[in-house]
Structure formats: structure tokens, C-alpha cells
Design a protein around this ligand. Structure first.
Ligand code: NDP
Length: 336
């Protein structure tokens, strides 16, 4: 696949994200295109085949998926399934010799993340996680500010990512079912707050202390509703994160020796927006983040450009997720 001009992507799981974000984005990508689909819902096959001109031989279900090994028009398998299914399908994709993009959160445990990483290494295929913001210009500007220490030492960061999940009226939705999601707000949106705290300081936390709040236990029966956590960083900076399935939140703010910077909107599909203490707006023309993300991964495969979101980053975040759940359960500060 390294010699191809445009890599073929197969989406696994044709839900909301594949339908409304990834497939339309694959019409805008320059270095990859939608070549195949993997679905457990037979009615979706014809609809997608017609809409995206997908040939019959590039349509799979969850049972015959492994035969994708014989299909040279598929280079990348993009796993867009409920979180607890990520590891199984990423490992099967690697065994079929396909490069892998795994949606966030990478999996439901550190052990599963490691298993995905090992399978991709063994099969000699590339692996990325669906953290689209690493290809997004406002986020990249924050990364630049942090790297160049434009406002001096960062002392405090706060990041908040959440939305009320009643928008989906289905009480049986997989995100509220721990067996399929691995957890609630923290797994779904908390990983964005963790990501923001890390790229907003340029450091990995060394400790976490966390608290859980449940204001609607009759709705959130099985998964966490709202979590706050505090981080300590090696430089001495401290951080505070908030995530919720009950409240809207979408912000990153950093306080530094010589000023501050912030993004709000910080995590959704955009356009993002921000500003700094210098009085300037952080604003760039809007492009579909997912198109930028998938093109970056394709160029990593074909031209050896850096992998902006390696599997190790997904694993790192699950370590922090596990430390947060551990702190909530046992109380006190945990090593991240
Ligand atoms: P949906 O519920 O909309 O879609 C999930 C799809 O997975 C279903 O449509 C179905 O596809 C397939 N599926 C297979 N087994 C099951 C099952 N037991 N229960 C439910 N669905 C099943 O979810 P999303 O598209 O919103 O999310 C999918 C993944 O993408 C998640 O990991 C999520 O965290 C991630 N995501 C990432 C975003 C980002 O910004 N990076 C944004 C949104 C989601 P089919 O009918 O084809 O079999």
C-alpha cells in the first residue's frame, strides 16, 4: 500500500460517527478514500454501496470480516464500534495485514490497548487513534504556544469536556451500558479533557486525585455521570479536569507566568475558537477535522511523515482513566 497515491479505507461500524462525519470527510481527503464497509446491519449495505459507489466485494459483515485479508483495495481499517469492541476488531484488522485507526477511547482497559499495540507491531502495520484534534489548526496553535513557552511557565490548566446525553433518548444506548462502553462520561468525553490537559501543558501528569458526582442516578444507572480530577505535572504545574454526561462543557484554559491562553470551543467538530492574553483571537479557516486526520495518517503510511496519534498515546490516556477510576474507588492521590 506504500506505493499507492490514495489509500483505501474500510469503516467498521456504520453508526452516527461513520455516517455523518467520517464518510463525508472521506469525500474531502486527498490521500485516502472510502473503499469498503463492515456492518452488522444488512439494510445499510445497499444504502452505502449506492451513495459511495462501494463495490459488492468490498462489503463485509462482522463474521466474514477476516477475509478482508484478501482484499488489496483496502489498506486501512477504521474501527468505529462501541468501545468494548475496539480491541477485538483492531487486532483482527492487524492480523489481516491492514493498517488500523481505532476510535477513542482506544479500548476499555490498558491491557486491551497494549494488546492492540502488540498485534499491530507483530503484523508490521501502522496504528493510530481517532484523536482528530491533533490534525486541527487551533489545537496545533496551542501545541506551538506550549512548545515555544510563549507565555512562560504554565502554572495551572483547566479542561472541561461534556454534554448531556439525553440528546439521545434511547435509555439502552451503548454509551450508558458499561459492558459496551467501559465507563460513562470519562470514557466518552473525559479523554478529551485528559488530552487537553496534556497538550495544553506539554507534560504527562504524575498524579491524579478524582471525585465522582451522581445527580441523576435513575438515568445513569450503570456508568459515571460527572467526574472531576486534579493532576500534578512534573514541572510543578497543576491541572483540573471536568467531564460529564449531564452538563455541556467544551473549554481549555491555561494560566502562565506571562499571561494565559484558552480555547472554547476546544473539542467538538468546530470551528474551534480561542484567544490569548495578548488580545489576539486564535482563529483559522474551518476544515473537516476528520479529513485532515485521515490524510495525516495516510501520509504517515505512504511518506513516513510522523504519526501524530500513535497507539501509545491511546494507552497513556487509558492509564490515566484507570488511575481516575481507582482514585474514585479508593480515595486519595494515585500515580498516573
Ligand atoms: P453509534 O451507536 O452511532 O454507532 C455504533 C455502530 O457500531 C452501530 O451503528 C453498529 O453499526 C455497530 N455496532 C455493532 N455492535 C453494536 C452494539 N452491540 N451496539 C451498538 N452498536 C453496535 O456510535 P458512534 O458512531 O457515536 O460511536 C462509535 C465509536 O466512535 C465510539 O468508540 C465513539 O467513542 C467513537 N466516536 C468518536 C468521535 C470522535 O470525535 N472522535 C465522535 C463520535 C464517536 P452497524 O449497524 O453498521 O453494525
Amino acid at each position: 500500500s506504500e506505493n499507492k497515491k490514495s489509500l483505501g479505507v474500510a469503516l467498521v461500524g456504520l453508526g452516527i460517527y461513520s455516517t455523518y462525519e467520517l464518510a463525508p470527510s472521506l469525500l474531502e481527503t486527498k490521500h485516502c478514500h472510502l473503499a469498503g464497509i463492515v456492518t452488522g446491519t444488512p439494510e445499510k449495505e445497499n444504502i452505502w454501496a449506492e451513495k459511495y459507489k462501494i463495490p459488492k466485494e468490498n462489503i463485509y459483515n462482522y463474521d466474514n470480516f477476516d477475509t478482508i485479508i484478501n482484499n488489496d483495495s483496502i489498506d486501512i481499517v477504521y474501527v468505529v464500534l462501541p468501545n468494548a469492541m475496539h480491541a477485538d476488531f483492531c487486532i483482527r484488522a492487524a492480523k489481516a495485514g491492514k493498517h488500523v485507526i481505532c476510535e477513542k477511547p482506544m479500548a476499555v482497559s490498558v491491557a486491551e490497548c497494549q494488546a492492540i499495540i502488540d498485534a499491530c507491531a507483530k503484523a508490521n502495520v501502522k496504528l493510530s487513534v481517532g484523536y482528530r484534534l491533533h490534525s486541527e489548526p487551533h489545537t496545533q496553535e496551542i501545541q506551538r504556544i506550549v512548545k515555544e513557552k510563549e507565555f512562560g511557565k504554565i502554572n495551572f490548566i483547566t479542561t472541561e469536556a461534556g454534554y448531556p446525553s439525553y440528546g439521545n433518548p434511547d435509555p439502552d444506548q451503548w454509551r450508558l451500558n458499561k459492558a459496551l462502553s467501559g465507563g460513562g462520561a470519562l470514557m466518552n468525553m473525559g479523554v478529551y479533557a485528559i488530552q487537553g490537559a496534556i497538550y495544553g501543558t506539554g507534560e504527562n501528569p504524575i498524579s491524579v486525585t478524582a471525585q465522582e458526582f451522581s445527580t441523576k442516578p435513575s438515568y445513569f444507572k450503570d456508568t459515571d455521570e460527572t467526574i472531576t480530577a486534579q493532576f500534578e505535572f512534573p514541572s510543578g504545574a497543576v491541572g483540573s479536569i471536568f467531564t460529564s454526561h449531564n452538563a455541556k462543557a467544551d473549554r481549555l484554559y491555561a494560566s502562565c507566568d506571562k499571561g494565559w491562553f484558552e480555547l472554547d470551543i476546544a473539542y467538538t467538530y468546530g470551528p474551534l475558537h480561542g484567544r490569548t492574553s495578548k488580545g489576539n483571537e486564535i482563529t483559522f479557516p474551518h476544515k473537516r477535522q476528520q479529513a485532515l486526520q485521515m490524510d495525516d495518517f495516510a501520509l504517515h503510511i505512504t511518506q513516513g511523515l510522523p504519526n501524530k496519534v500513535p497507539g501509545s498515546m491511546g494507552l497513556r490516556d487509558l492509564k490515566i482513566v484507570e488511575a481516575i477510576y481507582q482514585s474514585i474507588k479508593e480515595g486519595g492521590k494515585k500515580i498516573a
